[in-house]
Design a protein around this ligand. Structure first.
Ligand code: SAH
Length: 188
């Protein structure tokens, strides 16, 4: 049996390896199309498992997980609002609010997930009140993904985006591009 010290060292090294593999896969998700991301996870199911363990480890270190803020926001609004959670991960939103929540991801981490590419979700046009991208606005075909969110949102519906600040080259340009896609910035 390994001594306490070598076991602790091994655990630390494994954690660093997991973090590195997470960053690698995360970078792949942000630099490929959503179709390529779907292929990556289909061809390598272990990648998805590593990604999610690494994601949870990473977010666990932050002072606040943005998904909790989105949950607090939804709890203050009527439970009758229909929500679409794009790139839902383990469905924290669906399992924390009373609203009807459509949860979309590439792989089912929870039975609440509808497996699909978020560029093409199985919802009819103008059927949701709130669309959420919580740390999930990834893929180089962002325009197509956001047009899909626009399609399923009702007129006057709300789009919520939580993303790491360093992911933006120019937030003003992003807000302007969003305006061209039909989204008016209400709060930043
Ligand atoms: N929103 C969750 C999980 C964020 S991790 C939370 O905040 O806890 C990003 C998620 O987006 C991952 O689960 C990943 O599988 C998913 N994702 C990435 N590209 C996707 C795509 N093209 N279609 C659907 N889900 C995607």
């Amino acid at each position: 049996a390994p001594s306490g010290r070598s076991a602790a060292l091994r655990a630390r090294m494994e954690e660093r390896l997991l973090a590195a593999r997470f960053r690698y896969i995360n970078q792949q998700l942000y630099t490929s199309t959503s179709r390529e991301a779907a292929q990556l996870f289909q061809s390598d199911p272990e990648a998805f498992e590593i990604y999610h363990r690494g994601f949870a480890q990473q977010v666990g270190r932050w002072p606040e997980n943005p998904v909790h803020r989105i949950i607090r926001y939804l709890r203050r609004r009527p439970a009758s609002l229909v929500v679409a959670d794009f790139g839902c991960g383990d469905c924290k939103i669906a399992s924390s609010v009373r609203n009807k929540v459509h949860s979309f991801d590439l792989v089912p981490l929870s039975p609440l997930v509808t497996v699909c590419d978020m560029a093409k979700v199985p919802l009819s046009a103008e059927s949701v009140d709130v669309a959420v991208f919580c740390l999930a606005l990834m893929g180089t075909n962002l325009q197509e993904i956001l047009e899909e969110a626009n399609r399923v949102l009702k007129q006057g519906g709300t789009l919520m985006v939580a993303e790491v600040a360093s992911r933006f080259e120019d937030i003003r340009a992003f807000v302007n591009a969003m305006a061209q896609l039909g989204f008016k910035s209400v709060s930043k």
